[in-house]
Design a protein around this ligand. Structure first.
Ligand SMILES: [Zn+2]
Length: 402
């Protein structure tokens, strides 16, 4: 790939006029000037900026945002229908330039694993994925599909696979997730915005329950992502050993200090409150969801600014699935408006994200040895971060994605 400019994911400034050589699916060399290595096809991107394939640390790639209006669809949809939707969303995500994602929860247990494995076998176009299999959550908690008005006996077991209470039960569910092929675990530490009952900030899992999960995960070399909105549950999740905090909407200064001291990264979905508000109204989402969303959006953006200023690592995570797959890059402008430089925002979706996934040796940089995952946009995204919303060229593992 002959790139007019290259943002490699780790350097602070772009390089001008370089050739990225990809061989055998991996980046083989970065050479100065526009070169045509013998035997390799050339992609002329002289008026483009090349970047590492983007990473979204928080998606729900098997889920459809419209279904938030009626979660009982997860009780009725067949596995084949679910798989077809997942494939469509995976393709949209990849085409948008997100070549790697962490899938932090699927209502129908293991639908994310099925997609990951199909992508890895080359049967389906989609991003590289880490999956959790199912949510670890308390009965009636933010990851539990206990829907009012549906008798508990009528709810299929596979949507409640990770529901537990007490450290011993959580330990067993965590181990079962790892044995089933989870790449990391996801705990719902506090109440969710898009769930019935509960308060978004209110702690759900106890510190002992979270610690039981992190002990099992870390013993197996896996990380734990904790969904936490409230200040107290954020602090508790960090102290219980979580590796990343998702949302972190109502984080306080003590939580920011703890995150920094413990090397915990935050993924803050600072765009999707806008989407939930406008589309949720249009699509008739439950009023309870819309109220909780309004209460958390601006507070989260202010917390983002304070956490970033304090030097806490922030990884790019959109909660895609709550808003449409393929629109993942809409979060970049909010991050820049709220205190990041464009380069910092790009790093949060490339090298910084890769580090917190444990995949620094694979993705997040355009440097020799990494997978040949490179995207290109026309113009300079450092001057206008919104350019990342229209990715012209996506290459994954050296293959151009149509
Ligand atoms: Zn989520």
């Amino acid at each position: 790939m002959q790139c007019g400019a290259l943002i490699d994911g780790i350097s602070d400034t772009p390089q001008r006029d370089v050739t990225v050589v990809i061989q055998g699916g991996r980046i083989a060399a970065i050479e100065a000037g526009r070169r045509s290595p013998p035997g390799l096809p050339v992609i002329d991107l002289a008026d483009h900026t090349c970047l590492p394939g983007l990473i979204d640390m928080h998606t729900h790639i098997t889920e459809r945002p419209e279904d938030t209006a009626d979660l009982t669809v997860y009780f009725r949809r067949t596995a084949a229908e679910q798989a077809a939707l997942a494939r469509q969303f995976a393709a949209a995500t990849l085409r948008a330039g997100f070549t790697t994602v962490r899938n932090l929860g699927a209502y129908n247990a293991w639908t994310d694993r099925a997609l990951r494995d199909a992508i890895n076998r080359g049967e389906v176009a989609g991003p590289r994925m880490q999956v959790v299999g199912y949510y670890l959550t308390i009965p009636g908690g933010g990851g539990d599909l206990l829907v009012p008005a549906v008798p508990e006996a009528d709810i299929p077991a596979d949507v409640r696979r990770g529901v537990a209470r007490g450290p011993a039960e959580f330990r067993a569910k965590a181990q079962a997730a790892i044995d089933g092929g989870a790449d990391l675990l996801k705990v719902i530490a506090s109440g969710a915005v898009l769930a019935f009952g509960g308060v978004p900030g209110e702690p759900e899992m106890t510190p002992e329950e979270i610690a039981a999960v992190t002990a099992v995960a870390h013993a197996a070399g896996r990380k734990v992502a904790a969904h936490a909105h409230g200040a107290r549950s954020i602090r508790e999740a960090i102290l219980a050993g979580a590796d990343t905090i998702e949302h972190a909407s109502l984080i306080d200064d003590e939580g920011i200090a703890l995150a920094k001291a413990h090397g915990v990264a935050l993924s803050m979905d600072v765009y999707n409150g806008d989407y939930i508000d406008s589309e949720g109204r249009r699509l008739g989402w439950p009023a309870e969801f819309l109220r909780k969303n309004a209460e958390t959006t601006e507070a989260q953006r202010q917390g983002f600014t304070r956490a970033h200023a304090a030097g806490v690592a922030i990884v790019y995570g959109t909660d895609a699935g709550v808003y449409p797959h393929g629109l993942n890059a809409r979060q970049f402008p909010i991050m820049v408006e709220r205190g990041m430089t464009a380069m910092e925002a790009i790093k949060s979706a490339t090298s910084v994200a890769a580090r917190y996934m444990g995949w620094s040796d694979r993705v997040g940089e355009v440097t020799p040895g990494r997978y040949g995952d490179v995207i290109a946009v026309r113009g300079d995204p450092l001057a206008d971060i919104r350019l990342l919303q229209t990715v012209d060229v996506v290459v994954k593992g050296g293959r151009v994605i149509d």
